[in-house]
Design a protein around this ligand. Structure first.
Ligand SMILES: [Zn+2]
Length: 62
């Protein structure tokens, strides 16, 4: 499992966030704990896949 890179803006710690959009559908993105920078959002029913996509998008950004 690839780990998240630090925030490209402030170097802070990043984490994957989930929230529900509607029933059984989740939105996943990566958010910096320090400056609240956000990565690309993915909406999906498949949680594992969403984590990977959000993480890859975040890591590509740096
Ligand atoms: Zn940051």
């Amino acid at each position: 499992m690839t780990s998240l890179l630090p925030c490209p803006f402030c170097g802070g710690e990043a984490e994957v966030e989930f929230y529900s959009v509607k029933k059984n559908m989740h939105c996943c993105d990566v958010c910096c704990k320090d400056c609240n920078a956000r990565g690309e959002q993915f909406r999906t029913y498949n949680t594992d896949e969403a984590i990977e996509m959000a993480r890859d998008a975040w890591n590509r950004r740096v």
